[in-house]
Each structure stands twice: as structure tokens, then as C-alpha cells.
Design a protein around this ligand. Structure first.
Ligand SMILES: C[S@@+](CC[C@H](N)C(=O)[O-])C[C@H]1O[C@@H](n2cnc3c(N)ncnc32)[C@H](O)[C@@H]1O
Length: 240
């Protein structure tokens, strides 16, 4: 019989093999409508309470003229930035999200996956590239990190908001790896939750440093009721 530790290790190895970045795309394709409803009808409490404002503040603090929103979903952040007078461009792998974003107006949007990003993808360079809860995969995230420096203006910023690794770790061991997804807390319109790739704080830091960014700031916005950090914001600056 397997010991508890060996069984955990086996389950972990099974998950590592079973999940890929393509599962994430498949899942988002299925969940376009419920996600648009959740964002536009204010169903995600943390976003209303603090994470939306936290990412807007982080971007605004760098006074950019141009912003690229990578994994923009239905486009709420681009619309906010355009309203604040910042020229903004949103990209996402899922054409359904881009159609919703384009029909709401405000900003430029294009269906481009992380895997397709390269120095030739855009005619312009951006002062800030942002990923708001959109870096969920493994190899595709490494690819974005490798390419993003080529999309930024001199000393440009790369700003990422993601789930706080310490808070998100749960019962699992604190090490990088795929985790099963869940739509807990969302409406029953959602199906087939996407797996996601957990990274420790150290691994996030390394991604910045190994890809020619200085880690300029790490912010831990607190949930106003629990005073726990539900998200973390990394602000990297191109080391040119
Ligand atoms: C949790 S949603 C966040 C959307 C948006 N940033 C927001 O704040 O509402 C994650 C987004 O990442 C996008 N995404 C995931 N993997 C992607 C990939 N490989 N290429 C492009 N977009 C991807 C999904 O389509 C989805 O829109």
C-alpha cells in the first residue's frame, strides 16, 4: 500500500502530465458568456472591493501613454484606461471575448494568443504591458515573459496581478505545478474549469529577473474585510 506522501506525489505527477496550456484555452472558449456576465454584472466580489482599483492604480502610477493588456478578456480594463486618456490595446486568445470587447467599444482589441506574441505582432511599442489574472498556464507564460521585453518602450513596465501564491496554495505543497481548476463561488452557468499552473513567489520573481526586468515593486492589496492579501501585484521594469 502507498504511504500518504507517496500517494500525494503520484497524484501530483498525474496532474502534471494530464494538464496543458491547451486545456486553459478550451475551458475559456466554453465559458465566454458566463464570464462576460460575471465581470459586467459585478458578480466577482474581490474585483469590486479592491483588485480592479488596485491594478488601475498600479498602472496609473507609471503615467503611461500606451498600455497593452495581455489576456484582456471582455476588455473592462482597456475601457477604464481609455476613459482615463491612455491609448490601450487588448489581446486575448478567445475570439468570443474580443467580439464582446469590440462591440463595447473604447480601445483596440485583437484575437492573439500568448503563443503568437512576438516582436513582429505589433507596429507600436507600449509603455506598460499588463496581465490581470490572465497568466494561468505554464509554457505559454514563459513565452510571454520572453517576448514582452520586445514590446515595451525603453524602461517600460510589465505589471502582473495574480492570486497571491501563499493564499492560493491551500493544502498542496508549496511548489510549482499544475493544479485542478474550480469555479467555486461562480454561477452554475460555468463548466469545465481550467487547470492552472501554480508558481511560488520565488518563481514569479525569477521569471522577471531571468527575462531582463528589475522587480521594481511587489504590492499585496488587502481584502478590506479579512485584511488578508487575496492578490499580489508585481511591477517589473525593463532593465535597459
Ligand atoms: C481570468 S480571465 C482575465 C481576463 C481579464 N484580464 C480580466 O481582468 O477580466 C483570463 C483570461 O486569459 C486569457 N488567456 C488564457 N490563456 C491565454 C493564452 N494562451 N493566450 C491568450 N489569452 C489567454 C483567457 O482567454 C481569459 O480571457
Amino acid at each position: 500500500m502507498l504511504s500518504y506522501d507517496s500517494k500525494r506525489k503520484c497524484d501530483w505527477l498525474k496532474d502534471m502530465k494530464q494538464y496543458t496550456d491547451q486545456h486553459i484555452i478550451k475551458s475559456w472558449k466554453k465559458n465566454v458568456q458566463p464570464w462576460v456576465a460575471a465581470v459586467r454584472e459585478g458578480e466577482i466580489e474581490d474585483r469590486l472591493l479592491f483588485t480592479n482599483q488596485a491594478i488601475i492604480n498600479a498602472i496609473s502610477s507609471k503615467t503611461p501613454k500606451t498600455v497593452l493588456d495581455i489576456g484582456c478578456g471582455e476588455g473592462w480594463l482597456v475601457r477604464e484606461l481609455v476613459n482615463a486618456g491612455i491609448h490601450s490595446f487588448g489581446i486575448d486568445a478567445i475570439p468570443g471575448f474580443i467580439e464582446y470587447a469590440q462591440s463595447a467599444g473604447g480601445g483596440n482589441f485583437k484575437a492573439i494568443s500568448y503563443e503568437e506574441i512576438s516582436s513582429h505582432t505589433f507596429k507600436e511599442k507600449f509603455d506598460v504591458a499588463v496581465c490581470n489574472f490572465s497568466l494561468l498556464g505554464h509554457e505559454c507564460v514563459n513565452h510571454v515573459f520572453k517576448q514582452v521585453a520586445t514590446l515595451l518602450t525603453r524602461n517600460g513596465f510589465y505589471i502582473i496581478q495574480t492570486i497571491h501564491p501563499v493564499m492560493a496554495c491551500g493544502e498542496s505543497t508549496y511548489e510549482d505545478g499544475w493544479r485542478a481548476g474550480s469555479w467555486r463561488g461562480f454561477s452554475n452557468q460555468f463548466s469545465d474549469p481550467a487547470p492552472w499552473y501554480f508558481r511560488t513567489l520565488e518563481s514569479w520573481k525569477l521569471l522577471f529577473i531571468q527575462n531582463n526586468f528589475k522587480l521594481h515593486e511587489i504590492l499585496e492589496p488587502l481584502h478590506p474585510a479579512t485584511h488578508k492579501p487575496a492578490s499580489i501585484i508585481f511591477i517589473g521594469q525593463l532593465d535597459s
